[in-house]
Design a binder for this molecule. Structure first.
Ligand code: MLT
Length: 255
């Protein structure tokens, strides 16, 4: 897996959403002045090959742990957006000892409803029929607040990230999201400091979803990001980065 590794100090690993890549964190690279920032492209995204094993949140989680092992990083803070958050719930189930803090951005703890599961299957069929553009074109506008949709540089970046994902990568991620377990029951077991972030105009994982996560995790805080939809770190990086920098006092020990 390709990754960026910049800065020193507390490792902070960024995990992107669907159907994107680490480029969605372009504005968070500035945080390398405060952290050791690691940004990775998940298998099947950003030009990365897919994994040989069947798709699952567990296989995504293990692939991230393998990268950290390779870098000699025992523990890290993790920031995941949407599908990145789904992966973090699975990492908490499997590797809690590796996690010092969580930033759960624009995500949800619930499993897919039957309706969403059937949309995932329809998406997989579209890709198999060679209609991936149809799927991506329907997906991308839902990711942004109406005002962000008027920003060509943001829309173009989203399109470029979508194009970099391979067919098989998209299919694997849709299947893994379809199959993922409900994570609500593990929320009270999350004992590390946690920041829950949500764009005020997020229509895919709106505020009530963020509140479920925040109310379930004992040491958690919720921050709403104005002027942002589902991609708050990209749509309003100033507010997102400020929230993350404030939160660091909960998990970064002064030297
Ligand atoms: C994402 O941003 O990762 C996706 O919107 C998640 C999803 O489709 O559930």
């Amino acid at each position: 897996m390709a990754y960026l590794d910049a800065g020193t100090g507390q490792p902070l690993v960024f995990i992107h959403g669907f159907p994107l890549s680490s480029a969605m964190w372009n504005h968070q690279k500035d945080l390398a002045t405060q952290f050791r920032v690691i940004m990775l492209d998940l298998p099947g995204f950003g030009g990365e090959p897919t994994l040989p094993e069947p798709p699952s949140m567990a296989s995504f989680a293990s692939s991230i742990i393998r990268i950290l092992d390779g870098l000699g990083i025992d523990k890290a803070a993790f920031c995941g957006l949407s599908m990145g958050g789904y992966i973090l719930f699975e990492m908490w189930r499997r590797f809690p000892e590796r996690i010092t803090a969580l930033i759960l951005s624009d995500t949800r703890a619930e499993a897919d409803t039957l309706e969403v599961k059937s949309n995932r299957q329809a998406g997989i069929q579209k890709i198999k029929q060679g209609k991936r553009e149809e799927l991506l074109s329907s997906y991308l506008p839902q990711l942004l607040a109406p005002e962000s949709l008027k920003r060509p540089e943001v829309v173009e970046l989203l399109r470029a990230m979508g194009q970099q994902a391979s067919d098989i990568g998209l299919i694997h991620a849709l299947q893994a999201m379809h199959d993922r377990p409900d994570s609500r029951e593990i929320l009270p077991s999350i004992k590390v400091p946690t920041l829950v972030v949500v764009g005020t105009e997020d229509s895919l994982t709106p505020l009530p979803q963020a509140q479920i996560i925040q109310q379930g995790i004992p040491h958690s805080h919720l921050v709403e990001i104005p002027h942002a939809g589902h991609l708050s770190p990209l749509e309003n990086p100033e507010s997102f980065n400020a929230a993350l920098l404030n939160f660091r006092f909960y998990f970064v020990r002064p030297d």
